[in-house]
Design a protein around this ligand. Structure first.
Ligand SMILES: Nc1nc2c(ncn2[C@@H]2O[C@H](COP(=O)(O)OP(=O)(O)OP(=O)(O)O)[C@@H](O)[C@H]2O)c(=O)[nH]1
Ligand SMILES: [Mg+2]
Length: 291
């Protein structure tokens, strides 16, 4: 259901025809259009040609499932869950406007409904409106928030949040961050500072996770962002937003293939419940037009 347009294109491409050169050319164009990128597209086509040759497959339809199997090797769902009765920190990263704050609110609601004690940390101190935005969500959802005034050190906000969470016995801190366009050095410096604060407060690496939010509508840009952030700080996974308006999902496959990053959640709208854990089977079935 997510990628109807792209899926439909693949469906009609694979449907009722023999495999020939024209088929592979059309498939190549479609995959590039679907944001799979030139390199990955090449890899997939090569593997499909090989499969068709080896197994003497002549009907394109018989290759559709094989392609899904190939893609299935490229992406995974993020499998870890925060432990209850033990503090975990999720740092939510991403460039401007991708949906960090909104996703934090959605996750907060979801984890709370699963019985987690959640605390929000207003780590985006860059804009006054950012603190207010998270504060409004906290109030609406009845979830505790730790905040400071605009311009204060985000590290200090995180420090306070951890102190407060430990005192209150919270299970999970969801930390918002500023969405500035970063260069790698800047980003690294900022996040290393944050790491230091978090470690100084006694949180171990295993309990400190960094997720990058990617806007599904940005295609190749999302892939570049994942590359940059992952180089600057080791990411633990991806949250994909704006799936609702996106007709393609290839960028996610590319990120999985090139960076090996698992996907935590996908968001499909602006309402609190427009979020769900990544389901590989559902995603690929929809992406491939197999439903
Ligand atoms: N359609 C749709 N809109 C979304 C989704 N997630 C977020 N948005 C919208 O995208 C816009 C930006 O969302 P924010 O959560 O403020 O993004 P942000 O990354 O925190 O932005 P900055 O703090 O400015 O960097 C808002 O208008 C959200 O309502 C989604 O999954 N689908
Ligand atoms: Mg924000």
């Amino acid at each position: 259901m997510f990628f109807r347009k792209f899926g439909e294109k693949l469906k009609s491409l694979f449907g009722g025809r023999k495999i020939d050169e024209a088929f592979f050319e059309e498939l190549e164009d479609t995959l590039i259009e679907g944001d799979l990128g030139a390199r990955l597209t090449d890899e997939i086509i090569t593997e499909l040609r090989e499969t068709a040759r080896k197994e003497k497959i002549t009907e394109a339809a018989d290759l559709q499932k094989r392609m899904k199997e190939i893609l299935s090797g490229y992406i995974e769902a993020y499998a870890d869950k925060p432990r209850k009765g033990h503090l975990t920190v999720y740092m939510i990263l991403g460039v401007n406007g991708v949906g960090k704050t909104t996703s934090i609110a959605k996750m907060a609601k979801r984890f709370t409904s699963e019985g987690y004690k959640v605390l929000l940390a207003a780590g985006d101190t860059f804009r006054a409106a950012a603190v207010d935005q998270l504060d409004i969500h906290a109030e609406r959802l009845g979830i505790r928030i730790v905040k400071q005034q605009m311009g204060s050190d985000p590290g200090a906000v995180i420090y306070d949040a951890i102190t407060s969470a430990l005192a209150q016995g919270d299970d999970l801190i969801l930390a918002d961050t500023a969405g500035r366009m970063h260069n790698k050095e800047n980003l690294m410096k900022e996040l290393q500072k944050m790491d230091k604060v978090i470690h100084a407060r006694g949180i171990e690496d295993a309990d400190y996770r960094k997720f990058l939010v990617i806007d599904a509508t940005t295609g190749q840009n999302g892939v570049s962002q994942a590359l940059l952030f992952n180089q600057a700080v080791k990411l633990d996974g991806i949250i994909l937003t704006k799936y609702d308006s996106a007709a393609k999902g290839g960028a996610l496959v590319q990120i999985g293939r090139t960076l090996g990053l698992p996907i935590l959640f996908v968001c499909t709208g602006e309402k609190y419940d427009d979020i769900r854990p990544f389901d590989k089977e559902e995603f690929l079935t929809s992406l491939m037009g197999l439903e």
